[in-house]
Every structure is written in structure tokens, then in C-alpha cells.
Design a protein around this ligand. Structure first.
Ligand SMILES: *Cc1c(COP(=O)(O)O)cnc(C)c1O
Length: 367
């Protein structure tokens, strides 16, 4: 058997008519930059997650940069985040000259440990960026409470969690600002780069819209130093075709995850834990194993692709050596990064495929 990790080709075939039609409309109109599809999509995205304003942009990385620019992050400022995430979370902080300050994760959720945040707050701290890793929201009540006590802004890095619920609210609407990515392999992906920023604050929304187009408030009048960070109209057209299917896809992803967890119970692997008051949109289904590298090779030979998100915590990355962190500073992140491994995850995995993947993992126990 040959398993496809994200199966974007099958997904395209399923929605081909709508996607092709939407792209063709853009081609016919040639409204490639800020075409009407952008505003239409933004309205639907904001309806979907409940935040008042959605602002489409060039990528998840652009979304984070726009959010940090919107709250005036400056050199010498400090922003608290997790070292167990994709590089963009901390990279965007550093690009603005501010200092990423890391806080270790929880061993159950792999998300930032809210109980360790307060001790890292200084006079220079301006914001907290919790990352809803693998699709599961963080402990947002605790994080928002700390932020309001110290007058900090919370920016949720929801690149992997668009659509997930925390209590009765959706990811991207859980704090002052939410940022997501439509990178093709994310739960809601477009066909290239794309992203969005969410907020219910009218002033911030206006500023983010202006920052997205070089900080201009009128054509060729630049109020802020901004970016060229627009979402392409063609990508908005793809998302408009895919969004109506997304709710159903989340359910299918949940079913796949449930089957994995059920079948992998009482084996040598540690399966993901989701808290009762939230759900995951399963950007990744990540298990923990000993002998990860050998298992990955073994599965690869059986036609099962796997991936590691993420093999090296950010405090150990060369680009952050100037922060002077050392091995041992974030023991949970370090431990998890050595054991974590993502299995194929997409809405279209069949029972037969899931069975085959699980049986292969179990047979490794015996070799
Ligand atoms: C994917 C991702 C990003 C960046 O999104 P891009 O669209 O690739 O720029 C940021 N943070 C996290 C946690 C991500 O997974």
C-alpha cells in the first residue's frame, strides 16, 4: 500500500468543478490584486470563526508580522512565546528587533505552559504569542488573564488551528488578535501561500488593513511603515470554493484521529491528548515513540510517509544563538522534539489505510 500524507490531489479532485470555476472567474476578470473575492472571503472567514474582522494576507508569517506591527512592537520589546513551534512564530518577533522570550510547553498538550508565563514578564514585555499546536487551542483563559493583569496583547498563532473550538468560541477569536495560515497543507489550505489576521477591535482592524498595503491610508499616502502583504485574488477564489466543505472536513479529520487513538491505545506509542473543553482540527496527528528515526525508516519502507514537527526547539536553533539559551533550558520541549512524529492525516484516509498504518506501527514493536 502507498499512503498519501495530506492527499491534496484527492481533495482537489473532489472540489474540482467549484475550484476551477472560481479560478476561471478571476482569470476572466483579471482582478488579480485585491479583487472582490478578497472582501467576500474575509466576510465568510469572520462569520466562520466569530471575530468581527478578518484581513486576508500573504501568508501565516505575514499575518504574524502584521499583528506585531499593528501593536507597535519595537526593538528592545519582549514577546513571550513557546520554543516548540514553527520558526515563523519567533522569527517575526526577532525581525522587528524585539526579543523572543521562551516559555516551556506542557507535556500533555505540547502547548505553552501558562503557569510558567508570569515569571518571564518584565517591564519590556509587550505581548504573548501562544501557539495552538497541531490544531488544539491553548489554555486561553489563563493566558488572557495574565495578559490583562500586565496590560499585554495576546496574539494567537492559530496557523494550525483555524476552526477549532475552545469552550464556545473558535480559534482566531480567542484573544485580541488571531493569525492563521492557508499554506496548502494546513487544515484549510489554498493553492500557494495565504493567511489571515483576525480581531474584533475596529481600530486595530483598520490599521492592519493599512499595514497590509504599505501602511497607506489613501493611495500613495503612507501613514505607517507597512508591507506588501496582500492575499492573491486567485488564492481567495480557491478558499471560497473550499470553505463550504471545511466544517465537514474537520469532522472527518476528527474521525480519523479517533480511530488512530483507539487502535493505538495500549501500544508502545503515546497518543495525543485533547482537553474536554476544546477540540482539535488535527493539523497533525502526532504520536510519541522511542526509536523514532528507526520507526520512520521502517514505515517508509512500507509506503507510509511520516514527518517530524519539530525536530529542534527554537532555543537550540543557530539563528537564535544570540539569545544565549542552552540545552536543558526547556526540558519538556527538548524531550518532545526527540520523540514526536506525525502520521498521515487528511479527511480522506480510509479505514483500510488507517488499519494498515496502525498494524505497521504495532508490528514494529515486535521487530
Ligand atoms: C505554518 C505556520 C506558520 C507560518 O505560516 P506560513 O503560511 O507558512 O507563513 C506560523 N506558525 C505556525 C505554528 C505554523 O504552523
Amino acid at each position: 500500500m502507498k499512503i498519501d500524507f495530506a492527499n491534496l490531489q484527492l481533495q482537489y479532485r473532489k472540489y474540482k468543478d467549484e475550484i476551477d470555476k472560481n479560478i476561471q472567474k478571476v482569470l476572466d476578470k483579471s482582478n488579480y490584486i485585491m479583487g472582490e473575492e478578497i472582501a467576500l472571503l474575509e466576510e465568510k472567514l469572520s462569520d466562520f470563526c466569530g471575530a468581527e474582522y478578518a484581513i486576508g494576507c500573504g501568508s501565516g508569517t505575514d499575518a504574524l508580522l502584521l499583528a506585531l506591527l499593528a501593536i507597535d512592537i519595537k526593538p528592545e520589546d519582549e514577546v513571550i512565546t513557546t520554543p516548540f513551534t514553527f520558526i515563523a512564530t519567533a522569527e517575526t518577533i526577532a525581525l522587528l528587533g524585539a526579543k523572543p522570550v521562551f516559555v516551556d510547553i506542557r507535556e500533555d498538550s505540547y502547548n505553552i505552559d501558562a503557569s510558567l508565563i508570569e515569571e518571564k514578564i518584565t517591564d519590556r514585555t509587550k505581548a504573548i504569542i501562544p501557539v495552538s499546536l497541531y490544531g488544539q487551542p491553548c489554555d486561553m483563559d489563563e493566558i488572557n488573564a495574565i495578559a490583562s493583569k500586565y496590560n499585554l496583547t495576546v496574539i494567537e498563532d492559530a496557523a494550525q488551528s483555524f476552526g477549532a473550538y475552545y469552550k464556545n468560541k473558535r480559534s482566531c477569536n480567542l484573544s485580541k488578535i488571531g493569525c492563521t495560515s492557508f499554506f496548502p497543507a494546513k487544515p484549510l489550505g489554498c493553492y500557494g501561500d495565504g493567511g489571515a489576521v483576525f480581531t474584533s477591535d475596529e481600530d486595530l482592524a483598520l490599521k492592519i488593513k493599512q499595514l497590509r498595503v504599505h501602511g497607506q491610508d489613501r493611495r500613495y499616502h503612507h501613514k505607517y511603515i507597512g508591507m506588501g502583504a496582500r492575499l492573491d485574488t486567485i488564492q481567495a477564489a480557491v478558499l471560497l470554493a473550499k470553505l463550504p466543505h471545511y466544517e465537514e472536513e474537520i469532522k472527518l479529520r476528527e474521525k480519523v484521529a479517533l480511530k488512530y487513538s483507539e487502535k493505538l491505545k495500549d501500544t508502545h506509542v503515546i497518543t495525543p491528548k485533547i482537553k474536554n473543553d476544546r477540540n482539535s482540527v488535527w493539523a497533525q496527528y502526532s504520536i510519541r515513540v522511542k526509536n523514532r528515526d528507526v520507526l520512520q525508516k521502517y514505515l517508509k519502507e512500507k509506503g507510509i510517509p511520516t514527518a517530524v514537527h519539530y525536530p529542534m526547539p527554537l532555543h537550540m536553533q543557530e539563528c537564535f544563538s544570540y539569545l544565549n539559551y542552552k540545552e536543558g533550558d526547556f526540558p519538556i520541549s527538548e524531550k518532545i522534539s526527540k520523540e514526536i512524529m506525525s502520521l498521515p492525516m487528511n479527511p480522506f484516509l480510509t479505514d483500510e489505510e488507517i488499519e494498515y498504518i496502525v498494524d505497521s506501527i504495532k508490528s514494529f514493536e515486535e521487530v
